[in-house]
Write a protein that binds this ligand. Structure first.
Ligand code: 3H9
Length: 687
């Protein structure tokens, strides 16, 4: 028998326990094991009912995402599930923790389901660019009705145990272990107290309203929810026809780029945790200090409050303290309203929040995050003070977006305990956290930062020190391409439209308006002295700032705003572009949306490759995670390095060489790309 299932016999009841840590993922080995175990119990005359349950934390996380290449190997999951449905003895699925995707489908093919309190079920396949491909689109409507099935499948949302009970997905929700609950339910079935019915025997009522409403809702969505809807619509057909249709649609999605991108994004979130420092001693962080209560500092403070970690926020004077506290309280009230925080946790978070204008109040914290303005002298002064007043084993970190953390660390007597914790605005919402490791940061400090990120529900990515770290350094390059495109003939809103059509939530010019054009200007001023004379420079943004137009907050930037709402392009900003083009004697050219996207993405990949070459990022997948979780890169495209593999190294080199005919300084082929071409290597292989 397989190592992945346990088989037990308790009187007339046979038990199959799935036992494949960490999440009972159902790959070919577990599928085979379940099939064999079931055959064994069917042929055992003494067994009258069969219970399926999961060992460990969950019932199961569904089909094995890492084993998708083998999903067509026999027995396929649909075959195993048909075997369960057709089993001559009643089969009871007893679920605890989570039953997701193929695992819920497994339970739907059983004749009765029971849940343990706290259970969450879902068919999250659309989030991976798929549809439930093992009967979910046919059996869920049979049990819960068409409208509920459309909602659950097309959104991929989680369903609580109570809702599952209401919808008829489980017959009972009980306490205790799933194994024992399964045995109890099986006894009830054998005693005639509970009915066990093959799901495939049930009929589905058509619901044209629900289908047409969903068609309209998902008309502009990704392919997966639309295709899932087609599969669900087939649930009114005889079961075998519906299942065949579902399988065909599932296999088509499996081949798609959308699926590849979304699965890569899912795995990227977990891959970034695999760092050289993993396994080092993790220090306990009981209370955190944040210095600086501006947008970043308040957001960071709120992030800790949301995670239930006590935090002390320090500002320079009482007025600023009041303002910072109000901001944090506003963020927490928002989280409460959105259901991210319970009433009870909200009260506790406020109790755990200390605000003060006394730096000495940080004497007992375990970790300090500095979030003051970006000035090296101010930061080194502060770190020298913190070094003196904080506990000897306190960790000191900076939220700087680009300054040299090695230099900041050298202002202290504990450089091994200094690192960068670069949050992204709004810090209580954005998931990315760049963990910037200096030349001296010790492994236990890095491991502690990663553990903290887990508590904050962030996606931590390890970065080396360089100007802008992984994210902003790459951003500063592809952002320049937008400036060049505008000078060369494209209107701001065409750039934005091309990129939102590609999948970014906002275009780069709309983002600049939102962040405030003064922020970008400060960064340009800082770099002005070191800007290479050969580098092409667009003055357009500076000229717009000269008008006092800083974007959304001033009502004018690249766009015009009324009461905070974007109402259209700013013709006066465009006039500045025309004037600048004339001054530079540039003849405007036209660019298609595809050309705009190609230049933008190629510049992003070009700098990302340099970041890899220099070892600032550990692996291509870390860069993907940075762009996905901090910069709005469209999730279904998997990240720039995943996309680079799809574009191909030769094509990328050819693009850069073509663009170099206009600007040979900006467009240079990184050596790593040439090496990859010669060796036929992909970025995926470097992960
Ligand atoms: C499907 O079912 C298709 C069917 O309809 C049709 C088939 C024909 N497979 O997230 P964690 C790994 S599609 C393989 O850190 P948590 C994960 O990568 C599937 N591996 O734990 C990680 O590995 P590593 C539909 C999986 O407690 C480790 O397990 N199902 C799978 O924070 C721990 O994971 C889903 O979409 C999997 N299915 O969260 C569910 N799931 O240590 C996806 C996880 O090497 N999974 N791993 O990095 C989840 O949502 C979360 O992992 C879960 C646990 C909530 C289960």
């Amino acid at each position: 028998m397989s190592e992945f299932v346990t088989i037990e016999r308790e009187g007339e009841i046979g038990l199959i326990g799935m036992d494949k840590p960490p999440v009972n993922a159902i790959g070919v080995a577990l599928r085979t094991a379940i099939h064999e175990a079931l055959s064994d119990l069917i042929s055992d005359q003494k067994i009258k009912a069969i219970v399926l349950y999961g060992a460990g934390r969950f019932f199961s996380a569904g089909a094995d995402i890492k084993d998708f290449a083998r999903s067509a190997e026999q027995p396929t999951l649909p075959e195993v599930l048909k075997f369960i449905n057709d089993c001559p003895k009643p089969v009871i699925a007893a679920m605890h923790g989570r039953a997701l995707g193929g695992a819920l489908e497994l339970a739907l093919s059983a004749h009765l389901r029971v849940g343990i309190a706290g259970l969450k079920v879902a068919l999250p396949e659309v989030k991976l660019g798929l549809l439930p491909g093992a009967g979910g689109t046919q059996r869920l409507p049979r049990l819960a009705g068409m409208a509920a099935a459309i909602d659950i499948i097309c959104t991929g949302r989680e369903v609580s145990a109570d809702e599952a009970l209401r919808l008829g997905l489980v017959a009972k929700v009980v306490g205790g272990s799933s194994r024992d609950a399964g045995v109890a339910a099986a006894r009830d079935v054998l005693a005639g107290k509970l009915a066990a019915i093959p799901t495939d025997d049930l009929l589905v009522e058509t619901d044209d309203n629900a289908v047409s409403a969903a068609k309209a809702r998902y008309a502009n969505a990704l392919t997966a929810p639309q295709t899932a809807l087609d599969a669900i619509s087939a649930a009114t057909l005889p079961i075998d026809e519906g299942l065949a249709k579902e399988r065909a649609l599932f296999m088509a999605l499996m081949q798609g780029e959308e699926r590849a991108g979304l699965v890569h994004a899912f795995l990227a979130e977990r891959e970034t945790l695999k760092i050289p420092e993993a396994g080092s001693n993790i220090r306990s962080v009981e209370r955190v200090g944040v210095v600086g209560g501006g947008t970043m500092g308040s957001g960071i403070t709120a992030a800790f409050c949301l995670a239930g970690i006590p935090v002390s926020l320090i500002e320079t004077d009482s007025q600023r303290v009041i303002k910072a506290r109000e901001t944090v309280e506003k963020y927490l009230a928002g989280a409460l309203k959105r259901g991210k925080l319970t009433e009870q946790d909200h009260v506790k978070a406020l109790e755990n929040l200390v605000t003060s204008d006394e730096l000495n109040d940080l004497a007992n914290v375990d970790l300090v995050i500095e979030a003051i303005f970006e000035d090296m002298n101010a930061k080194t002064d502060l770190f020298a003070k913190l070094d003196k007043l904080c506990k000897p084993d306190a960790i000191l970190s900076s939220n700087t977006s680009y300054l040299d953390i090695n230099q900041i660390a050298s202002a202290t007597s504990r450089p091994a305990a200094v690192l960068g914790l670069h949050f992204f605005s709004p810090a209580h919402i954005m998931r990315l956290l760049e963990v910037v490791v200096t030349d001296n940061t010790s492994p236990d400090i890095v491991a502690t930062a990663f553990d903290l990120a887990r508590q904050l529900k962030k996606v931590p990515v390890r970065s080396g020190v360089c100007d802008g770290f992984i994210g902003n350094r790459i951003l500063s390059r592809y952002r320049k391409v937008c400036e060049y495109l505008v000078l060369d003939g494209v209107e701001f809103d065409q750039v934005d439209r091309a990129l939102t059509d590609f999948g970014f939530a906002m275009g780069p010019f709309a983002v600049s308006d939102l962040a405030g054009l003064d922020i970008g200007r400060a960064a340009r001023e800082r770099k002005a002295a070191s800007r290479p004379p050969q580098e092409r420079y667009s003055r357009v943004a500076d000229l717009i700032c000269e008008q006092g137009w800083f974007g959304r907050k001033t009502g004018k930037g690249y766009y015009l705003y009324s009461e905070g709402k974007l109402i259209g392009p700013n013709p006066d900003a465009q006039a500045i572009v025309y004037k600048e083009r004339a001054a530079l004697e540039l003849v405007p050219k036209t660019f298609t949306d595809e050309e705009i996207v190609a230049r933008y993405i190629t510049a992003m990949i070009q700098e990302a490759v340099t970041v890899l070459e220099e070892g600032v990022a550990l692996r291509p997948v870390d860069i993907d995670a940075v762009k996905l979780f901090g910069y709005g890169f469209p999730r279904h495209r998997g990240g720039p390095m995943h996309l680079a593999d799809q574009i191909g190294v030769s094509e990328l080199i050819s693009r850069i060489e073509t663009y170099a005919e206009e600007d040979a300084y900006f467009w240079q082929v990184p050596q790593l790309l040439r090496t990859m071409k010669n060796e036929g290597q992909s970025f995926a292989e470097m992960n």
